[in-house]
Design a protein around this ligand. Structure first.
Ligand code: BG6
Length: 510
């Protein structure tokens, strides 16, 4: 199979020898995403020669128990079929260490274990810690790592250490600042990799290539030519057994604050100075996030819509309403759908409405960026039963059918002057003929190499919380805006359509 990371003749450079400790090793993320991703990296031969994975969690498991569990997970969740031979080799480097994140003595044992394993291999290893645990454990784990001498780099710079933090990074601006403060007590900013798995998706990375490696789009990429933009992150799934987490979180925190705003930031950034240092891109993203106009309290109701799904049917299957889901409080006001009308108030984008929406239990899973260009004048075609010319629409489908399409007007063959929209499109499937790697593959690989480009910097996170703070305040205030409902399996409440109507716009039919 072709190498999805290879660029021309340049094969991917392997990371240096690494010990990866996964905290939360018995959890869902490790089973579904992390181990399958590592296995696929092994299959592509991208892992370093020296590579050790230590699963760490409270359960008392042996190395063999852990290997067996991971074998089953990889078999079930890997994007490629498990090869027994490869597994045999790969699993030799999997180990397990029981750990209580609050018990320092356990970290001393972890340190001994790491040192013993490294000694056997007589190589210099970097240490990478993956915190796939509840946020309340981030602080104690980092502190204990630090106190046990597992954080500092060696004096001669041979060993580097870093930590990967899963979302959610805080619940709001104050808690994000506090969390960062806690992390910075043990790690320096360059050692902290805050993961947003959407940044590891191929199509999200392609936004920059599409914008800056083509001559024809960038000149049009501004308020003079673009009428409005829509970003939709739609899921048909409900809570997937995560009611405890989701009911405290809601879709605005779960999807918009991170994934959706990151997509938007990349879509709207100025050309960065360089693509090869992490901060150039992140500096530009921060500027976009800073420039998004903050809502006044009186503007919330006319620019935001929140809703909850009621029972309905998805792909022919009856599903319960949100308030009937197990683990959800009967009087919960948690948002399962949101739509916002944003504006980036800078020289490039002022006046261009940016509509974003995210929801659970919608008719299908689709993430799409849709750019509507301004309508051309119709003078030439008047009197030919053509009332208005259509807008050119550029649609970047992030998932599931990764690809890009451009809607243009065209004349169908025949003696009459008629106009019909046609699509010019490309899909990853037909153009590249290979399946895209999973986001976690790329992100784990980058973290091992110490490349933070696809990880969010602290100021990006703080800006996105700051942007949403007025919305949360109003929802929790004395006169909160309504919580609408929508039937599961529909495209959200009608109030979401009303959000666009005053501007003469409509949500794209996905
Ligand atoms: C996660 C959210 O970050 O992203 C989930 O916590 C959501 O609620 C998931 O389902 C969606 O990710 P993807 O890659 O399936 O679009």
């Amino acid at each position: 199979m072709d190498n999805p990371f290879a660029e021309g003749e340049n094969r991917v450079i392997r990371p240096p020898a690494t010990v990866l400790v996964i905290f939360g090793a018995t959890g869902d993320l490790t089973h579904r995403k992390l181990l399958p991703a590592l296995y696929n990296l092994a299959q592509d031969e991208y892992l370093p020669g020296g590579f050790i994975v230590i699963g760490a969690a409270r359960s008392q498991l042996s190395d063999d128990d852990f290997r067996q569990k991971m074998y089953e997970s990889v078999k079930k969740f890997s994007r490629r079929t498990l090869s027994e031979d490869l597994w045999e080799n790969f699993s030799k480097n999997l180990f397990y260490q029981p750990i209580d994140g609050t018990n320092q003595a356990d970290f001393a044992r972890l340190r001994n274990r790491i040192e013993d394993l490294c000694k056997e291999r007589s190589e210099n290893f970097n240490y990478l810690y993956y915190l796939a645990v509840a946020p309340s454990n981030f602080g104690p784990i980092c502190t204990n790592l630090n106190r046990s001498g597992l954080v500092e780099s060696t004096e001669d710079g041979i060993r580097k250490t870093a930590v990967i933090i899963e979302k959610p990074f805080g619940q709001d601006l104050a808690s994000a600042i506090e969390l960062n403060h806690t992390l910075r007590g043990s790690f320096a900013e360059e050692q902290i990799f805050r993961i947003d798995h959407y940044l590891g998706k191929e199509t999200v990375q392609n936004i920059l290539v599409f914008r800056f490696a083509n001559g024809i789009f960038e000149p049009l990429w501004n308020r003079n030519y673009i009428d409005h933009i829509q970003v939709s992150v739609c899921e048909h799934l409900g809570l997937g057994g995560r009611a405890g987490y989701f009911d405290k979180t809601g879709i605005l925190r779960d999807i918009v604050q991170n994934h959706l705003l990151q997509i938007l930031a990349l879509l709207c950034i100025e050309p960065p100075i360089s693509l090869s240092d992490a901060d150039s891109i992140r500096d530009e993203k921060v500027k976009v996030l800073k420039s998004i106009r903050r809502f006044e309290e009186r503007e919330i109701e006319s620019n935001t819509v929140r809703a909850q799904y009621t029972s309905g049917s998805i792909e022919g299957e009856e599903v319960p309403g949100y308030l009937e889901e197990e683990g959800v409080a009967k009087d919960s006001t948690t948002d399962t759908y949101v739509a916002l009308n944003l504006e980036i108030d800078n020289w490039r984008w002022a006046g261009v409405p940016i509509y974003v929406r995210a929801g659970k239990r919608l008719p299908k899973r689709i993430t799409e960026i849709t750019v509507y260009f301004k309508r051309p004048p119709g003078a030439l075609f008047r009197g030919r039963q053509i009332i208005e010319l259509e807008q050119n629409i550029l649609a970047i489908q992030v998932q599931p059918k990764e690809g890009i399409s451009l809607k243009v007007s065209s004349k169908p063959p025949g003696p009459r002057m008629r106009i019909r929209p046609v699509e010019m499109d490309f899909t990853y499937d037909s153009s590249f003929g290979i399946a895209s790697p999973e986001a976690y593959e790329r992100l784990l690989l980058d973290a091992m190499k110490g490349d933070a480009t696809l990880f969010t910097r602290n100021d990006e996170i703080e800006e996105s919380w700051d942007l949403l703070a007025p919305v949360f305040n109003s929802w929790q205030g004395s006169k909160p805006p309504p919580i609408y409902t929508y039937k599961a399996g529909t495209w959200g409440p009608s109030a979401a359509a009303d959000l666009l109507r005053p501007h003469g716009h409509r949500w794209r039919r996905l």
